[in-house]
Design a binder for this molecule. Structure first.
Ligand code: PEP
Length: 255
């Protein structure tokens, strides 16, 4: 099964609207019509609308970094799926390890967001991954299984192919320490096996599973060549057009 690769840039709390527009223009100039790879940029909420204007008529998609599961109401500081949709957002990162760690997000809460995103035609990028302590204590696969099963509770077979999963070992995020290709492929294959048990092989083969954690042009080619690695969720290297574009090109060239 050939799955179309995905390269998604997570800008985190970086870039003003003006900075985001400049970065997006540079990316568009290089790969605006790239259709062999699904390219997604995920600016902070404050830059979504300005970046959306730059992306008008381009193949590059717009993603948010978070959302609240409720439609509206007394949730100060939060933003709903419906609000994101009005800004031409198509993807949303959910359950990033920084939100799990700093904002105490649980699998149950992340699951509510996944269901709300899907109900509003947003494609969730569901992040999972173990901490260094969990890897060292040999619980990586159990942790990832709990996060995948918890995040996907109630997701129907019809909805599953709209979900993108990102395996991001927490110890590799923003640290410069990338997982070895064997470490990454092992967990990706485990996630696909789990999806096969939950949804059957035909659907499991269609789900894109991205790697995230210090991915950059120098290590991407080897990672993207792995059988179950279908792209990357990129932090640091997405903040600069040159490295992001190189990653998109590496994904386009990967078999
Ligand atoms: C991320 O935060 O999703 C990420 C992968 O960051 P970095 O590429 O900087 O490790």
């Amino acid at each position: 099964m050939i799955r179309k690769k995905v390269i998604a840039g997570n800008w985190k709390m970086n870039k003003t609207a003006a900075d985001g527009v400049a970065l997006t223009k540079d990316i568009v100039a290089e790969i605006g019509r790239e259709t062999g790879v699904d390219v997604v940029v995920c600016p902070p909420f404050t830059a979504l609308e300005s970046v959306a204007h730059v992306l008008e008529g381009q193949a590059i998609k717009l993603g948010a970094q978070n959302m609240h599961p409720e439609k509206n109401g007394a949730y100060t500081g939060e933003v709903s799926a419906e609000m994101l949709r009005t800004l031409y957002v198509t993807h949303v990162i959910l359950g990033h390890s920084e939100r799990r760690a700093y904002f105490a997000e649980t699998d149950a809460f992340i699951n509510k967001k996944v269901l709300s995103a899907l109900a509003n035609q947003l494609k969730p990028i569901l992040c999972v991954g173990e901490t260094l302590a969990e890897r060292e204590s040999g619980t990586t696969l159990a942790v990832v299984q709990r996060q995948v099963e918890g995040g996907l509770q109630g997701v129907t077979p019809e909805q599953l192919t709209s979900v993108i999963i990102a395996y991001e070992p927490v110890w590799a995020i923003g640290t410069g320490k990338v997982a070895t290709t064997e470490q990454a492929q092992e967990v990706h294959a485990y996630i696909r096996d789990l999806l096969t048990k939950l949804y059957g092989a035909a659907l499991a083969q269609k789900v894109r599973i991205l790697y995230g954690g210090s991915m950059k042009p120098s290590n991407a080619v080897e990672l993207l060549a792995q059988k179950d690695i279908d792209g990357g969720l990129i932090g640091g290297a997405a903040l600069e057009a040159r490295s992001f574009v190189e990653l998109v090109k590496a994904a386009g060239a990967a078999k």
